[in-house]
Design a protein around this ligand. Sequence first.
Ligand SMILES: CC(C)(COP(=O)(O)OP(=O)(O)OC[C@H]1O[C@@H](n2cnc3c(N)ncnc32)[C@H](O)[C@@H]1OP(=O)(O)O)[C@@H](O)C(=O)NCCC(=O)NCCS
Length: 167
Amino acid sequence: MGIREALDADAAAINAIYNATVSTTTVAWTEEHESLGTRREWMHAQRLLGHPVLVAATGDEVVGFASYDDFRDSSKWPGYRFTVEHTIHVRQDHQGAGVGGHLLRALIVRATEAGKHVMIGAIDGQNTGSIRFHQRQGFAVVGRLPETGFTFGRWRELVLMERILAP
Ligand SMILES: CC(C)(COP(=O)(O)OP(=O)(O)OC[C@H]1O[C@@H](n2cnc3c(N)ncnc32)[C@H](O)[C@@H]1OP(=O)(O)O)[C@@H](O)C(=O)NCCC(=O)NCCS
């Protein structure tokens, strides 16, 4: 398994991993699948912004991806320019095998090289697996925002986790 920058050809695999999460969990606060076109546009936009989109791949097979974006709009509020919010997903049949750890550590290296200072994870309160995963990766719970989301007929709590990167 290796970590590399995503290629255009990876868009379908990335989208399938994400959409599987939408169908079966409350990890992402949407009930709508993402279209391949929207996924391609997102990858293109990330590239223009200089934000990495990394994939974990075994041979030709993509089994996970990770990326980051502004935590809050740093063109409107430049004070946020050193803070990013990440996203990370591992294909269900490869979870718990270290793929997420490899991806997140590679993403942190990229963020640090880009001069970022803080990485934030915004996690559904019921996603205890992800909260534990992030704690193991050096993130701490810094906030809980009850009832900030509503999906599948229920209020959702957002858990904010933070890791301060290299000084
Ligand atoms: C959370 C996620 C990215 C972690 O990646 P991973 O490759 O499964 O995790 P790793 O194998 O590197 O690390 C294992 C640790 O992650 C946690 N973990 C989270 N989900 C897990 C799962 N489905 N299976 C096993 N461990 C999981 C555990 O704490 C585990 O350590 P432990 O067994 O010692 O407690 C991945 O499980 C995933 O994509 N989950 C669904 C989508 C999601 O929640 N994304 C994050 C949104 S904030």
